[in-house]
Design a protein around this ligand. Sequence first.
Ligand code: ATP
Length: 242
Amino acid sequence: MNIGIFGGTFDPIHKGHLALALRARAQCKLSRVYFVPTNFPPHKTSQPVAAYCHRYAMTALATAGEKTFVPSQLEAPPSALRTESSARGHILRPNYTIDTVRKLKQELNKSDRLFFLIGIDAFRDIAKWHEPDALFQECDFIVASRPGYSLAYVANVLPEKLRPREELTRPFAKEPAKGDLVLAGVSMHLIDDLNLHISATAIRLALAGKRSITRMVPESVEEYIKKEGLYREEGEASPQRR
Ligand code: ATP
């Protein structure tokens, strides 16, 4: 079976995330997509993030209508874990995506093929992730691109060992980033026409400015945010944020 894994801060999860997962599911015939709210995103430690329990709850609400979308606690913080030894292990090191992917693979069948869902904004930095080559070895990638990104661009941000030589990518500098890109050690599927101008940042800003977020999040998520009083102040660590 083809299985998707979609990690994100999901602070909060929004319609852009869901659109990407729906398209990825259709395009790559995914039987299931795991939505994994990250614990301490290594690249986002400087900014306050809503508590894991809220981000997970919103992920569960947003995915409730789709049987093949599975909210996952693969990156639950140590406090949510039972044993002391595993809690200690988690405190000492940040969550690396490759560890999460390996953990998930242990639960899947050997014949399952794993697809990693990601937006181009995050993919641009993929070479700086922990063990990026191993990530490409473990998963196919499904990348939501945007107009203005070329196939050459996507190839040139690959981890160094997997990156094709520049003279080979130059002819593709004007080719839009769409279709499949298969290179030695890399299998990627590019989506170029989602273009939903929604981000969690815009949602948090709208809420802090008392503007509507109805266009950007599922109704259940909007209700949860209101009930819990999340994101009332811009960028500040309120009791719900850390
Ligand atoms: P923030 O605005 O706080 O940075 P975000 O909206 O980018 O958050 P994340 O949880 O950081 O949300 O993103 C998880 C994944 O979803 C990333 O790979 C990101 O590139 C992708 N993504 C986010 N928004 C969209 C969107 N509108 N369309 C397609 N992919 C998206």
